[in-house]
Design a protein around this ligand. Structure first.
Ligand SMILES: [Zn+2]
Ligand SMILES: [Zn+2]
Length: 134
């Protein structure tokens, strides 16, 4: 079991997640881009029982039906995302303590990617939701 830790920029909210069996990919959707301010967002999806907030409490924002984004109420770092069905918890790769711990294996919502963002890899690309994630 690989137990990964992470947290927000100011350190008030900290979490841990087990990466075994995780789905790791980019999401280029408009909602991810706007909610972080970044050009794209890489996510690690784990089952809810493999994720715990260990310090502090994140604020929540419902960004689309059934989906809630959780962020530090002080510094604003987006830390994780949950769904109403309790299917998975998505952890933002950018908030992991070890940025090399896991790496994306696909591009989701590539149809929303800005044309100026060129990631020259050979990973599979999905115009919308990846087929493993529907
Ligand atoms: Zn913070
Ligand atoms: Zn997205």
């Amino acid at each position: 079991m690989a137990l990964l830790t992470g947290g927000c920029l100011c350190g008030r909210v900290r979490y841990e997640a087990e990466s075994d069996g995780a789905i790791v990919d980019y999401c280029h959707c408009d909602s991810c881009r706007r909610s972080t301010g970044g050009a794209t967002v890489a996510w690690m999806q784990v089952s809810p029982d493999r994720f715990r907030v260990t310090t502090g409490k994140a604020a929540a924002y419902r960004s689309s039906p059934g989906a809630t984004r959780h962020f530090c109420p002080v510094c604003g770092s987006q830390l994780y995302m949950t769904d109403d069905a309790g299917r998975s918890v998505g952890v933002t790769l950018g908030t992991l303590d070890d940025k090399e711990a896991v790496a994306p294996v696909a591009h989701g919502w590539d149809g929303d990617r800005p044309s100026w963002l060129c990631l020259a890899d050979e990973l599979p690309r999905f115009a919308g939701n990846p087929d493993y994630d529907s």
